[in-house]
Ligand binder design. Structure first.
Ligand code: FES
Length: 579
């Protein structure tokens, strides 16, 4: 069967000579150019992305698997996105990495791709790019870190950081203990081991069918993750021969499964943005309201932080995602095809739950309705989201006075001001942290509470913004308000003292002012953000879409396939690409 790579390596004359010869400077023997599948290993390894630092080692195991199965593995780097270090926010660069991945795959002689990813944005970015090329693709993540261990108890990345920070700010925790907890929280390779965005995305990718079964939860240092890499290397060679492309796996049913699984695991709100963007690339009609219609009634089957008690290590030992899929089978399309070439039903047959404290059945869930609620109303005509499983039940219906911050800087400058006119019934509103406004839509929606209220013992308040929230965070937090304030959305028109009403059961978020007053304010509104003059940030602000469309660029929707657009005549004469 002719493969795409044959057009490079099996050609006669100068074109074939050029392709083969320079590859031989790495010691590649001639027999590797016998027409075998060429497998690209797209590696987001970087020392600046510590969550992905083990991907260099894991890559070697993927290569072994590819070679064993008769393929020719070629690793290539792409830009990486490390949550802990990158500023102003990794979300600004997700689409850039997707472009890097897309063009790197298309431009090279590849027949299939293994995506090595892990930290939050690396996973969706790579998948978005790969979908726009649509060559056979399999995903391997770096895996969750081992449980944090601090002063005799387990601690979770992110989730316990928020708690410790509040304790430290209010003097309940010493600075020495606070610093010590940093070391104890991150004690192995891997990504956040709470059910934050990285773990949620890993589970969702497994539910989409793009990962070998059981792969999401294996701890990063566990040898079984290396075996997963080996088997993924084996499998991608077969997928290349079978032409099992993402477009055959990522059907509407696959996305519906992913939405329901994200609810069942108490997954991150960031998954909404990433699934919408991936669906846009592969050509599946997925809407923000689908997350509510399909997922909001799904019960919580996993007892993991931030919504529960345990961490990914226990989740894996309890059986991992195959058990969740089996337990939720009646809600899912278990006939959906996966990278194995088999259905979820076949892949997960025989999955056994080893710890019902960690994974429950549908008959005894940890929470009855766990999925994302999508809100509408005059404050968010194109939608906003809230994660009920992370919120305070008493605040799910709430009316309060708005305390407005014009920006993140304004928030930091005033939140701990003893004279700030705020009480626990108020609604904290942050403007200008949306896709265009920041730009990049940072994870600042879970605003820390005013110190004077923390001192009183207040632990949650209703908070509203056009930004995002870390998947490891919690609280009664309305996010992704669309349209955002920077483009004149109603959030920009909220003023101190306005009354805001939230009613999650009716999916309503309302600014309690008259329509005339709202229109008057809209007419007065002036954009405050100065457009970036140049470079990638200019590209971003010119083309980024709102949260309800996944924050992808309008020009990146869909795909361009794997054909290389070039001047065929010049290529045949060896004039293109000659050095
Ligand atoms: Fe990288 Fe959480 S910071 S996964």
């Amino acid at each position: 069967m002719p493969l795409r790579s044959h057009d490079w390596f099996l050609r006669d004359g100068q074109a074939g000579f050029k392709s083969r010869s320079r590859m031989k400077n790495q010691g590649t023997p001639q027999q590797m150019f016998d027409g075998r599948p060429v497998i690209g290993i797209c590696n987001t390894w970087s020392e600046l992305t510590p969550c992905n630092a083990n991907l260099r080692i894991l890559c070697e195991h993927v290569k072994r698997g590819v070679l064993e199965a008769g393929g020719f593995p070629l690793e290539f780097p792409v830009m990486s996105l490390g949550e802990p270090l990158m500023r102003p926010t990794t979300m600004l660069y997700r689409n850039l990495v997707s472009m890097d991945v897309e063009e790197s795959i298309r431009a090279n002689p590849l027949d299939g791709v293994v995506l090595l990813v892990g930290c939050d944005k690396t996973t969706p970015a790579a998948i978005m790019g790969a979908c726009s090329v649509d060559l056979p693709t399999i995903v391997v993540t770096s895996g969750p870190m081992l449980n944090g261990k601090f002063q005799g108890r387990d601690i979770g990345a992110g989730t316990d950081k928020w708690r410790f920070t509040d304790d430290w700010r209010t003097g309940k925790m010493t600075t020495a203990d606070y610093i010590e907890s940093e070391t104890c929280m991150s004690r192995s390779d891997g990504h956040c081991m709470t059910m934050g965005t990285a773990s949620s995305m890993a589970c969702v990718v497994e539910a989409l069918g793009l990962m070998l079964p059981g792969g999401a939860a294996i701890p990063a240092p566990d040898a079984r993750r290396r075996r997963l890499c080996h088997f993924s290397g084996n499998r991608i060679v077969e997928m290349a021969k079978e032409e099992l492309r993402p477009s055959k796996i990522l059907t509407r049913d696959a996305f519906e499964n992913a939405i329901k699984i994200n609810a069942a695991i108490g997954g991150s709100t960031n998954v909404i943005l990433h699934l919408l963007a991936i669906a846009g690339r592969i050509g599946v009609d997925l809407r923000l309201d689908d997350f509510d219609a399909l997922g909001s009634q799904v019960p919580l089957l996993v007892n993991l932080k931030p919504a529960g008690d345990f961490l990914m290590e226990e989740f894996y030992y309890a059986g991992g995602l195959p058990v969740v899929m089996q337990n939720a089978a009646s809600l899912l399309d278990m006939d959906a095809i996966t990278v194995t070439g088999e259905s979820h039903a076949r892949n997960t047959a025989g999955a056994v739950c080893f710890d019902e404290r960690v994974i429950s059945g549908l008959d005894a869930p940890f929470q009855r309705e766990a999925g994302i609620a999508v809100l509408h109303g005059n404050l968010c005509p194109d939608g906003a989201v809230i994660k009920p499983s992370a919120a305070t039940p008493e605040l799910m219906r709430h009316r309060g006075r708005a305390v407005v911050f014009k920006s993140l800087d304004d928030f930091h400058a005033r939140i701990d001001d003893p004279d700030l006119d705020v009480d626990e019934d108020c609604v904290l509103v942050m403007q200008n942290v949306g896709p265009k406004g920041f730009p990049g839509m940072p994870e600042v929606g879970n605003m820390s509470l005013p110190r004077k209220l923390l001192d009183k013992g207040v632990s949650d308040m209703l908070r509203i913004s056009d930004g995002r929230m870390s998947g490891t965070a919690y609280g009664t937090v309305v996010l992704h308000v669309a349209p955002e304030s920077a483009v004149g959305g109603a959030l920009a028109l909220v003023r101190d003292g306005d009354m805001i009403e939230l009613d999650v059961s009716r999916r309503r978020l309302r600014l309690d002012i008259s329509a005339d007053e709202l229109e008057y304010r809209r007419a007065q509104w002036q954009p405050s953000a100065t457009p970036s003059p140049r470079g990638y940030t200019r590209l971003f602000t010119d083309h980024v879409q709102q949260a309800d469309l996944g924050v992808d660029f309008d020009i990146l929707k869909g795909g361009s396939g794997h054909e290389v657009i070039h001047n065929a005549e010049a290529q045949a004469e060896g004039k293109v690409g000659a050095t």
